[in-house]
Design a binder for this molecule. Structure first.
Ligand code: PXP
Length: 244
């Protein structure tokens, strides 16, 4: 049964638009948890374009569910993670010029490097998730590196234009989720998910969590964050239960 983790990056994006102190993503995390989120996700980017070091430290103090730090595997961000001790890190690729994380991580290209990273995180009891495209080669590599979780990138599904494209991407996600689950990985999904496209994803039985940011913060502008999170929680649970 899938549940919702809320990514609060874009509350910080709004704050950074004026370089001031509001809206505060820390307040957003509190509201999201009260509204039913089972985890809070934030991405500390190398250029600190939204979430900053202060946010991550305060989130570690106040998050009561689970703090998932999304991060590129660069030395300075690894050092922050090992110091702040989130419950979980999600390793993502990062390019400075991108607007958002554009593709999955190529774990297969650097298995030994990522295995070493997993070991360092596990020493501090931090779980590791790899954000990957839904394909077997990357799942095998994540397994080899010792991952606890794989987060399947739903960006191609979210951007699909025709019913055939949507169907074929859902099949790819479902096959990858089943394969990862058979191999004892926990399976989550995220990127580009919204109030319209969420249901088929949470009907994939092996997907236990979805990570959603932009759509929720966008809706919150009109209906408030608490309602936006509650509505998404309801859709996630309804979709997931319709599969049982
Ligand atoms: N999961 C990962 C690994 C991401 O990088 C992002 C974007 O920060 C998300 C989920 C959330 O994507 P969105 O903001 O499109 O919901």
């Amino acid at each position: 049964m899938a549940e919702l983790a809320v990514n609060i990056d874009h509350i910080a994006t709004l704050r950074e638009a004026r370089g001031g102190i509001e809206p505060d993503p820390i307040a957003g995390a509190v509201i999201a948890e009260l509204a039913g989120a089972v985890g809070i996700v934030c991405h500390l980017r190398e250029d600190r374009r939204h979430i900053n070091d202060r946010d991550v430290r305060l989130l570690r103090e106040i998050v009561k569910t689970k703090l998932d730090l999304e991060m590129a595997a660069t030395p300075d961000i690894i050092a922050v993670a090992l110091d702040v001790l989130p419950d979980l890190v999600t390793i993502v690729p990062e390019r400075r010029e991108e607007l958002t994380t554009e593709g999955g991580l190529d774990v297969a290209a650097r298995v030994e490097f990522y295995a070493d990273l997993v070991e360092r995180m596990h020493e501090k009891e931090i779980e590791v998730s790899f954000f990957i495209e839904p394909d077997r080669e990357q799942i095998d590599a994540a397994l080899e590196a010792g991952a606890d979780i794989v987060e399947l990138h739903t960006g191609i599904y979210a951007n699909a234009r025709t019913p055939d494209e949507v169907r074929s991407e859902l099949e790819r996600l479902a096959a990858a989720a089943a394969y990862a689950h058979e191999n004892r990985l926990r399976v989550t999904a995220g990127h580009g998910l919204n109030y319209v496209n969420i249901t088929p994803v949470v009907r994939i039985p092996q997907i236990v969590e979805v990570s959603i940011g932009h759509a929720i913060v966008s809706r919150a502008v009109f209906v408030g964050l608490e309602r936006a999170v509650r509505e998404m929680c309801a859709l996630v649970r309804l979709g997931a239960s319709s599969n049982e």
